[in-house]
Design a protein around this ligand. Sequence first.
Ligand code: GUN
Length: 282
Amino acid sequence: MAVIIDGKAVSAQVKENIKTEVSALQEKGISVALAVVLVGEDPASKIYVRNKKIACEAVGIQSKEFLLPESTSEDELLQLIQQLNEDPEINGILVQLPLPKQIREQKILESISPIKDVDAFHPVNVGKIMTGAFDFLPCTPAGCMELLHSAGITAEGKRCVVIGRSNIVGKPMAMLLLHEHGTVTICHSKTPNLAEICRTADILIAAVGRAKLVTADMVRPGAAVIDVGMNRQDGKLCGDVDFDQVEPIAGAITPVPGGVGPMTIAMLLKNTLKAAFLQNNL
Ligand code: GUN
């Protein structure tokens, strides 16, 4: 029987601390604001953007939404970002991904001022994550680390396996575990012997986007299993881990929903607060 790591409870605590810090800034006359840009009508993106707005408001961060039509050109989006980069009232800028096909994602991410880049997707911030001298932590990997810590687990001395090599989760996740002195293996869709490698893990992070890919035979008894997946199967939300199979074997496990998801938003709020501190030389 595993300890169930409760992402809702941990994120509530993080948000409570952020709320206190935002109030303290407001008393000094400093407000904190996040610009969220959504291009098009992707239903999942609309829900994510709405959740980010609700979370901002709950901690006293102003959320300014920019909803642009699907037909927006790359130049139009670049112009908006330029305007937000120059706006002293805006501390953080988040452009919701994916973008419509006429817009080059990398070009957009590179146009966001690194000091307002609360997703930590700009190459300058990606580079800082590599060296360990970061201003902003990538939201989802940072959320996974906080969940491990909340269960009293650190990566030092542990064998860590990350399944998934995306720029948003897999690669930065491996870096954070490495910074904490974990011994890290990154696996992906072309890895032979995936089950065998996963079975060596004391800490297993599943971030591939394949429903219930991680089965009982892939988990070492007592391992900590963090499930970043957000998939739909038979109309039900489920992770990359087959929770019912794995939970009796693992030492600790995050559920889906209620695990990593709420932490990603909490980390976004934390980065927005950090941006306000940096921009006010605090
Ligand atoms: N789309 C899916 N996840 C993310 C994220 O973490 N940030 C942004 N900007 N878009 C996303």
